[in-house]
Ligand binder design. Structure first.
Ligand SMILES: NC(=O)c1ccc[n+]([C@@H]2O[C@H](COP(=O)([O-])OP(=O)(O)OC[C@H]3O[C@@H](n4cnc5c(N)ncnc54)[C@H](OP(=O)(O)O)[C@@H]3O)[C@@H](O)[C@H]2O)c1
Length: 285
């Protein structure tokens, strides 16, 4: 029986996709850069295979016996080997790629997903694009240190509203797309929660749920970049982050869709629920 390859298994969305696939008893293989480390962290109930997008010599063994792929793009990866992986998948008979992309990608040519979606379309492999809104989980990952140490949300998004989505919902749709067959092929699922909020409102909600004042610092793009460059974050990465928040600032990120509800019949997770579920992340030790 052919398997589903889940890339980014040790990350945010890939891990949740693997859990959903397991629940659905789908045959899956988890692609990781370090098999031993993954087995140590996640146990042996998952099957692992080595895959490093920067090392094309890992592609053939990772794709052996695979007919569907959950594909995510690690932001620091070079295009050429990543696109080689897509071509290799075609050569080895992959018949469906579910690709984790970004909402409004068609209007944002400077982000890698624009080129990656095109590479997937050109490969001829049937695809589903998960065009996801702003992850709620950014608050417990990328934004965590500032929240824990300074009680502030530090992003250059102005007063713009953004359509938050919980990665657990994105992953559920990914797992459905990989296991429900034709229904999702050729689809570009734009995935958001059912509320658009600005970061002042998010700070208010966090204040209520965490029981201590949280504020939104609302730095300019220049302040944001200077501050995080000094903390050692790479400039290329910061430019993409600033660009994405600029999209929010000018009001282009506020659109919400009912795609999750249409595909599942249930309501998407709300920010308030996410904050309650992840509350322990922001507690001070
Ligand atoms: N944040 C948002 O709001 C948002 C919204 C929409 C879309 N997205 C997109 O979602 C994607 C990120 O997904 P995520 O948050 O689930 O990822 P993540 O938590 O940042 O995890 C990154 C994953 O990539 C793996 N990885 C890194 N370099 C690799 C390489 N060279 N070869 C193979 N695997 C490698 C990592 O594995 P190791 O354990 O080996 O490091 C890890 O599993 C990005 O493409 C981003 O643009 C983000």
């Amino acid at each position: 029986m052919k398997h589903i390859l889940v890339t980014g298994f040790t990350g945010n969305v890939g891990h949740e996709v693997a859990l959903h696939l397991k629940q659905r008893q789908a045959p899956l293989r988890c692609a990781v850069r370090d098999v031993e480390k993954a087995r140590h962290a996640h146990g042996s109930e998952f099957e692992y295979v080595r895959l490093d997008f920067q090392h094309p010599e890992t592609f053939e063994s990772a794709l052996a016996g695979i007919d569907r792929v959950f594909l995510m793009y690690p932001p620091e990866t070079a295009f050429e080997p990543f696109h080689m992986f897509i071509r290799k998948a075609k050569e080895m008979g992959v018949r469906h790629i579910v690709y984790l992309s970004v909402k409004d990608v068609q209007y944002i040519p400077f982000i890698p997903h624009h080129k990656n979606e095109r590479a997937i379309r050109r490969s001829g492999i049937p695809y589903t694009f998960l065009r996801a809104g702003y992850f709620m989980q950014n608050l417990n990952l990328f934004l965590l240190d500032e929240l824990r140490e300074q009680d502030r949300i530090y992003v250059p998004a102005g007063k713009g509203k953004t359509s938050f989505v919980d990665v657990r919902d994105v992953a559920e749709i990914g797992a459905r797309a990989l296991t429900e067959g034709e229904r999702h092929v050729g689809c570009k699922h734009v995935l958001t929660g059912d509320q658009a909020m600005d970061f002042f409102e998010v700070a208010q909600l966090m204040t209520k749920i965490l029981g201590r004042p949280i504020h939104y610092a609302n730095p300019s793009a220049k302040e944001f970049k200077t501050y995080l460059l000094a903390k050692g974050l790479p400039e290329d990465y910061l430019n993409v982050v600033i660009g994405l928040h600029l999209v929010t600032k000018i009001g282009f990120a506020k659109g919400i869709t009912n795609k999750y509800r249409t595909l599942t019949g249930s309501d998407p997770i709300r920010l308030e629920q996410y904050l309650r579920d992840y509350k322990h992340y922001w507690e001070k030790s």
